[in-house]
Ligand binder design. Structure first.
Ligand SMILES: O=P(O)(O)OP(=O)(O)OP(=O)(O)OC[C@H]1O[C@@H](n2cnc3c(O)ncnc32)[C@H](O)[C@@H]1O
Ligand SMILES: [Mg+2]
Length: 197
């Protein structure tokens, strides 16, 4: 597939920055925000369903091939919550409220029981009705800290301790996060599928 321009089916500026950095100059990612401010309802029960739903919606609106990222944080002690509801965990009140709610839910839970993974599913559709979306996933294992630390990244990064670096993911430089994150792993697979590496 020859792709020089893709629309990114996301209103999250943090994702756009990370994904464009990973793709480099060979593919230009245009934000769906250029075409519409309306966010589709994420009605799926899985990351895969929501990624496909967002990608189809963006392809329909833009007329371009579309890439979507559905991602979230699955916390072991919470049975995988907030999972696909990560963005809406604190009822749409934003990252700070989501982080505060998570800290509260894990109050007094010991380190050994604070395991978590970031999940990322990327879905690429060539057009809105594409019967064979390309799907790639990535996981990143870590642990939930007892307090926020660091100010890079977005979302739950200040609470996610990265065992291989002994820092929070918000303390990693953007370049370092983009080497090892759930999104980096999914993008690595996507680049292979597209013959970009
Ligand atoms: O749906 P779009 O428009 O892409 O943007 P969104 O922010 O709503 O994205 P999701 O529905 O995929 O929800 C992802 C949630 O998981 C969080 N998340 C995903 N990847 C993350 C990362 O790399 N670092 C920190 N938090 C992340 C993020 O903050 C959101 O709360
Ligand atoms: Mg969303």
């Amino acid at each position: 597939m020859n792709l020089t321009q893709l629309v990114l089916a996301s209103h999250n500026a943090g994702k756009l920055k990370e994904l464009q950095a990973m793709l480099g100059d060979s593919v230009q990612l245009r934000s769906i925000g250029e075409f519409s401010q309306v966010e589709p309802e994420e009605t799926g029960l899985s990351f895969v369903e929501n990624a496909i739903l967002k990608a189809r919606n963006a392809a329909r609106i833009s007329g371009l091939p579309a890439l979507a990222d559905d991602s979230g944080l699955a916390v072991d002690f919470l049975g995988g919550a907030p999972g696909i509801y990560s963005a809406r965990y604190a009822d749409g009140k934003g990252d700070a409220a989501n982080n505060a709610k998570l800290l509260d839910a894990l109050r007094d839970v010991p380190d050994a029981m604070r395991g978590a993974q970031f999940v990322c599913v990327l879905a690429l559709v060539r057009h809105a009705d594409d019967p064979l979306p390309i799907l790639c996933e990535g996981l990143w294992h870590g642990r939930i800290l007892h307090a926020a630390s660091g100010d890079h990244g977005f979302g739950y990064d200040p609470l996610f301790w990265v065992p291989e670096r002994n820092v929070s993911s918000a303390e990693l430089s953007p370049a370092d996060k983009n080497q090892i994150s759930h999104r980096a792993r999914a993008m690595d697979l996507l680049r292979q599928r597209l013959g970009l590496k």
